[in-house]
Design a protein around this ligand. Sequence first.
Ligand SMILES: Nc1ncnc2c1ncn2[C@@H]1O[C@H](COP(=O)(O)OP(=O)(O)O)[C@@H](O)[C@H]1O
Ligand SMILES: [Mg+2]
Length: 319
Amino acid sequence: MTSADRGAGLAIETTGLSKRFGHQLAVNSIDLAVPRGSVFGFLGPNGSGKTTTIRLMLGLAAATAGSVRVLGQDMPGKLDEVLPQVGALVEGPAFYPFLSGAANLHRFDAADRHASPGTRRARVAEALERVGLSHAARKKVRAYSMGMKQRLGIANALLSRRELLILDEPTNGLDPQGTREVRSLVRSLAADGATVFVSSHLLAEVEQICTHAAIMSAGRLVAQGPLAELRQAGTAQVRLITPDAGAASGVLVRFGMTPVVGHPDGADAVITSALDAAPEAIVAALVADGVRVRGFAVERGSLEDRFVALTGEGFDVAQ
Ligand SMILES: Nc1ncnc2c1ncn2[C@@H]1O[C@H](COP(=O)(O)OP(=O)(O)O)[C@@H](O)[C@H]1O
Ligand SMILES: [Mg+2]
């Protein structure tokens, strides 16, 4: 397979993409591969380079080194061909505060020479409906809350049918209800066949809707792939419940594991350890040694564990 063949299945592909601000490499030689049709979570703590990467993808900033292809075309070289197929929400969309939400969308749509004026009214109404802003369509944007402005930004990205949607932190400023709505909106966009590239510093919201993810840390891409694979790559834990803590620990130690014994509710010990052997071999050895096994579970690492391990940072998982 040539690299051109590989690129054919990709909605976004970056190669050695870098952006320097003064002494700081905000984006440090990243190779992103976003499959067409995926819901791709672009994760990383604040300041890790997500917005800068997105600006490079959209031709809003020039790369210091490397290249970006969007929908199979070089950016920013093919900007005029690519942008009509891309709906984007990037950090703090600017609206006219003295115009209503609907009037703002009319203006943006009118500025898009690919958008048909004949269907404008219907498309604006539908986009507002989709983000739950129909009731506030006639209200001036200066009276909008932060969350409403964010939704209006998403509505703007939805005005025309797009091959690719790039949403930078779309749930910023939304309350939990608004966040749930955006989540289901992203799901429905993907169900309509669009590729959705969505950045977030909040793991939980991405984990629930994405098929693929990438993790940024201090400008570097530290992991990417199908969500299931990213989870699997984390260490698995074994959790054993038994009244025979001493004997059970001895068995785990024989397997080269490091058991931690706890007694959360008295009678039975709960022993946890990173899993470092085949679970069936451990169970057989426990039984052979007469350990009474009252519970035995293997828990795969969560994406959160993986994230913390890769970035060395606490991750804001609160919603
Ligand atoms: N225009 C700019 N000038 C100088 N530094 C910038 C600029 N934009 C971003 N940065 C810096 O680049 C780093 C990455 O920022 P950003 O891409 O916004 O991260 P994220 O979106 O992940 O929070 C940060 O340290 C930020 O301060
Ligand atoms: Mg950002």
